[in-house]
Design a protein around this ligand. Structure first.
Ligand SMILES: NC(=O)c1ccc[n+]([C@@H]2O[C@H](COP(=O)([O-])OP(=O)(O)OC[C@H]3O[C@@H](n4cnc5c(N)ncnc54)[C@H](O)[C@@H]3O)[C@@H](O)[C@H]2O)c1
Length: 274
């Protein structure tokens, strides 16, 4: 199949693209930055949040190549950064709108990367879907994912868009250690603990469901196969490991793997939006 991946220079996009290539599929990437990890598939450099009446590779450029399905991963994906710069949440909504318009104009199905963040206020200890409520939205990032989902549901109803939405949770592993661009807790802790530096945990009780990137990609690929077959469509699926670990446990596990006793500083969970 021919797969257009937005956000193809990011962690999940790069892993997904290489997996699809290895299975013999054709991949076309779109991102606003060059892929720092590989040049094994073409990447069109384009800001997808800008107004797009037509999807072409720049003014006067060639149209996108034909494809069978879009995997929409592009986003400003750092929760705390969007608390500081909320216009980046609006960019997320704009770029999802643009990608949906492209799908509508070309009759293409879409896979959308949502987030566990849509469940909102963690202090209510939500354990069931029916207790989740967007009026408890915790951050502009969550709001942008809820908006993206809502747009997709509306396009499904009004225009017959076929979709799968995956809600990811703390994906880690290969191609996530460009922490100068994007600080992620596991590579950050690995770097600090390996260097004998202390790590700070905000919230002793904070438990996160970390998902290894190959598991995440496996889920997306299975979703792609079924969406193309028509056997599963128009579903919203939590794609995670299914078991939480506290950040303190995670630091200890990293220490074990590196044979270093980690220095762990625990501070209250205080960062807004998380
Ligand atoms: N990694 C996780 O733990 C996690 C968890 C939940 C949801 N998600 C979602 O999954 C998707 C992929 O996550 P990731 O970890 O690979 O993120 P990432 O930051 O590594 O990749 C996102 C890519 O989108 C690109 N992008 C951002 N804005 C763009 C724009 N306007 N035009 C074109 N490209 C743009 C970035 O340049 C980047 O390469 C994101 O939508 C993210 O919100 C990720």
């Amino acid at each position: 199949m021919r797969v257009l991946i937005t956000g193809s220079s990011g962690q999940i996009g790069t892993n997904l693209a290489l997996r699809l290539l290895a299975e013999g599929h054709t991949v076309f990437g779109v991102d606003r930055r060059v892929n720092p990890w590989t040049d094994r598939f073409p990447t069109l450099l384009q800001d997808l949040a800008a107004a797009h009446r037509e999807f072409r590779s720049g003014i006067g450029g060639a149209p996108y190549p034909p494809c069978d399905v879009v995997v929409h991963l592009a986003a400003n994906a750092k929760v705390h950064e969007l608390v500081e710069h909320p216009h980046r949440a609006l960019e997320n909504i704009n770029l999802t709108f643009n990608v949906l318009e492209y799908c509508r104009m070309n009759g293409l199905p879409i896979i959308f990367s949502s987030s566990r963040e849509v469940y909102g206020d963690i202090h209510r200890y939500i354990t069931e879907e029916r207790n989740a409520d967007f009026s408890f939205t915790e951050s502009p990032y969550s709001a942008s994912k809820i908006s993206g989902e809502a747009l997709i549901y509306s396009y499904a109803r009004c225009y017959g868009l076929r979709y799968l939405i995956f809600r990811f949770s703390n994906v880690y592993g290969r191609y996530d250690n460009d922490i100068e661009r994007m600080e992620r807790v596991i590579p950050l802790f690995i770097r600090k603990i390996a260097g004998g530096e202390p790590v700070t945990v905000f919230g002793r009780e904070k438990v996160l469901d970390f998902t290894y990137v190959d598991d995440c990609v496996e889920g997306i690929v299975r979703g792609l196969d079924r969406l193309m077959l028509g056997s599963v469509e128009n579903r919203t699926i939590n794609l995670a490991y299914g078991q939480g670990n506290s950040l303190v446990q995670m630091a200890e596990l990293i220490g074990d793997a590196l044979h270093v006793a980690p220095q762990i500083i625990v501070e209250p969970a205080k960062r807004p939006g998380e």
